[in-house]
Design a protein around this ligand. Structure first.
Ligand code: PRX
Length: 582
């Protein structure tokens, strides 16, 4: 139970109309009131890109800055809402000019450059389904995702294209590869069988319309890892924008004049729901920094761009903690008003460190790729219980349930589930309907997390109920890593677990047994590490590989990952017969 002191909020926070709305409407909340705050299309349709961009222009705010971009090489660019409207119109028209139709899947494999935002919203405007991929992925994860989704278009950059060249022969549905040579970063010309992004855009009209999507049309898909099988493509619909908008307002406390920075990559769901949709539907100015983590640089960004609302992740916060609380104090962070965190458990020490180091606590919140938007949060107006994920959003009804769907009482541990439906609920796992259906029982969506609720209604995370690994906020499916490892000629079998880590929460650790004729050696170990990294991505590949004689298996031949984990942690191995059908 709670060991850390509750952090109370100043009365001024409670007086804010954004926040008192939250306090007052919990009981009488109705999603249709939120829907009225959005601008529906003339034919009753709904489009995420229109809500995020065009409607601000239509309201006379076209000149307002939407994006302040800083590139990894120090480049700086800014785009107003009207410029965003034009660039996204041009991208939508470029796709139509290529013959791409509504419902086709358009994937991006790009770094955090402005063009990815144009591609995402342009695709959404013409009714395509956008699938952003993490640019650090190696060829295997990219191939799996393009193959399963049947994507017809890939937008990428020269250096990234080179990394995945080998996969194209096995992707018959992929018709167009659009290459963005940002600021001439690559000296090589765009290969003749690919399309030059800038050429397509200069040939496309700046006017686009009418936008013809409905609230139920598919919009975005993100792949997420499970315990078994390859990652599943969680598909969302335009309707999700309703919850993006509301949670931006209530959970991230976004106001019109805010300068907002979300550190998540667009390849993960936080990078689209909260790095695109929530901030722009709320009409704020967003800072986008292409580079990776660097404590000094991050504080510099907060200072120089006068960031007022900041959304980041526990691993990053723990890395900032490592660099000391004196460092932020040498920067002027006086514009920062609200900080939030998501993706992994945020330890209470990190919440409290925020108060000391940057003058405010981090507000933890909880959601998933499948939920599409924040579901449980520590609100700006409410007391924070450090270590807790917070309380449910009005209109969202989570519960702690047993295997049959019966609700448990406060304080009892169990499966965290959510009553269906909610506006940003995922609609399918692409072409894996059975796996989608298996996530629901008796009107509940099963999150795969274990938690409990205290008597004040705050939810506390306990752990995953499956073998999925959470490393630095990225979910890694052991099966994906095992499949890559067994492709190496020396590997007979592989079992992958999450090993606890003080910074990244868990790191990926693999156990492998060797085929006859191969002997364990540090050299082979190193070779396997390099092999996995080349195929997957540094973020997904094992940090440690241990070669063992044989892997523990159930009688039906399944590798017992939990036993591997228990051995790794020196825990009792328990009654292994119960693991038979795990
Ligand atoms: O296990 C939970 C953990 O991350 C999972 C969702 O990961 P993903 O689908 O990649 O979505 C990332 C966007 C939020 C959850 O099932 N998780 C997420 N937030 C928290 C968390 N664990 C503990 N505390 C959180 N606040």
């Amino acid at each position: 139970m709670q060991k850390h002191q509750t952090i109370m909020k100043p009365t001024s926070a409670k007086d804010d109309p954004n926040l008192s709305d939250y306090q007052n409407t919990r009981e009488s909340f109705d999603w249709s009131d939120v829907e009225k705050e959005l601008d529906w299309l003339p034919n009753g349709g709904l489009n995420l890109a229109y809500e995020a961009i065009d409607r601000h222009v239509a309201k006379g705010n076209g000149e307002k800055l939407a994006m302040i971009w800083e590139g990894k090489n120090g480049e700086k660019e800014t785009y107003s809402y009207d410029q965003m409207r034009i660039e996204t119109n041009k991208f939508a028209n470029s796709l139509l000019n290529l013959g791409v139709k509504k419902g086709e899947r358009v994937f991006t494999f790009m770094e955090r450059i402005p063009e990815i935002y144009f591609a995402v919203f342009g695709t959404l405007k013409m009714g395509g389904v956008i699938g952003p991929l993490f640019s650090a992925f190696g060829p295997d994860p990219v191939k799996d995702r393009l193959e399963n989704s049947g994507a017809s278009v890939l937008v990428t950059q020269p250096e990234l294209l080179k990394k995945i060249e080998s996969i194209f022969p096995s992707l018959p549905n992929l018709k167009h590869i659009i290459v963005v040579n940002k600021n001439g970063r690559s000296s090589e010309p765009v290969p003749p069988n690919n399309l030059d992004y800038y050429k397509l855009m200069s040939d496309a009209s700046e006017e686009f319309g009418p936008i013809a999507t409905t609230r139920d049309d598919y919009s975005i898909m993100h792949y997420t890892s499970g315990t078994t099988g390859k990652p599943k493509g969680a598909v969302h619909r335009h309707n999700a924008v309703i919850q993006h908008y509301l949670t931006g307002k209530w959970c991230l406390d976004l106001h019109e004049n805010d300068i907002y920075w979300c550190t998540a990559d667009p390849g993960w769901v936080t990078g689209t729901s909260y790095g695109m949709s929530a901030p722009w539907t709320n009409g704020v100015t967003q800072v986008i920094y292409e580079g990776g983590f660097n404590a000094r640089k991050w504080y510099q960004i907060l200072q120089d761009y006068k960031v007022s609302v900041w959304y980041t992740a526990p691993t990053a916060i723990r890395m900032l903690m490592k660099s000391g609380k004196e460092l932020p104090q040498s920067f002027d962070l006086s514009n920062l008003r609200f900080s939030a965190s998501v993706g992994e458990p945020l330890n209470p020490e990190a919440v409290e460190w925020g108060v000391d180091a940057i003058g405010m606590p981090f507000h933890d919140n909880w959601w998933q790729t499948e939920t599409g938007a924040i579901m449980i949060a520590n609100y700006a107006s409410a007391e924070i219980k450090p270590g807790s994920m917070g309380k449910p959003l009005p209109g969202i009804f989570p519960g702690i349930i047993d295997a049959e769907g019966n609700e448990k009482s406060d304080g009892e541990e169990g499966n965290l589930a959510v009553k269906t439906p909610w506006p940003s609920m995922f609609q399918d796992y692409w072409e894996q309907r059975e796996r989608y259906d298996s996530r629901f029982v008796a009107g509940w969506y099963l999150t795969g997390d274990e938690a409990y609720r205290d008597s004040d209604g705050y939810y506390w995370f306990i752990g995953r109920s499956d073998d999925v690994i959470n490393t630095a906020g990225h979910l890694v499916g052991p099966f994906e890593v095992e499949s890559a490892l067994i492709e190496h000629p020396a590997v007979a079998e592989a079992g992958v677990i999450g090993k606890p880590d003080p910074i990244a929460m868990e790191v990926v650790k693999a156990f492998v047994s060797l085929k006859e004729g191969y002997e364990p050696s540090t050299e082979l170990q190193r070779e396997l590490m390099g092999f996995a990294r080349q195929k997957l991505a540094a973020a997904v590949a094992p940090r440690e590989i241990e070669i063992i004689d044989s892997l523990p298996k159930t009688r039906s031949g399944k590798i017992m990952r939990r036993l591997l984990k228990a051995r790794e942690l020196g825990l009792p191995e328990g009654d292994t017969s119960t693991l038979e059908e795990d």
